[in-house]
Write a protein that binds this ligand. Sequence first.
Ligand code: GLN
Length: 188
Amino acid sequence: SKTIGVLNLQGAVSEHLNMLASLDGVTPITVKQPEQLSQLDGLIIPGGESTAISRLIRQNGLFEPIQTFAKQGKGIFGTCAGLVLCGSATQHNEVEQLGLMDITVERNGFGRQIASFETMLDIAPIGKQIPAVFIRAPYIAKTAKQVTQLAFVDNHCVMAEQNNILVCSFHPELTADNRIMRYFVEKC
Ligand code: GLN
């Protein structure tokens, strides 16, 4: 069985736990302390407010431990605000990014008028017609060569991976479709 942690500082934590609990062979746990990382096969950084989560990552002494966890090759999945945090650059410097993936992130990239929307995505390694819920979502404006772009909305990259790190702009945990989550768990 694989133990998957959900970073429990702020944001959409319980929805991720519920989706993980629906998968066979997964033990979901919430994570607040750096000591807990050693028990994990993978870590989810959920959606929420990236400014708040980045401050709490520092306050809880998790900044370098999460970077070390990533360097050990353990799986990390950043969704929405979690994508912002996994990135290495953004137009807003009030977010201290972990720099786990070589991507430049546009926060709130789809604008505030169309703050939320739902669409269907075809994601080559995962499947077709996967529902995706976007809430004040970022997009990936630039990627380095070692990053694989996995999905697009209006020509903007909304999902990518780089080795053990997976990120998406949207909230897979808010749908009934667990294919993306299964893909992540298999990577871990
Ligand atoms: N706009 C938020 C941020 O950049 C992300 C929103 C979300 O996670 N649903 O922090």
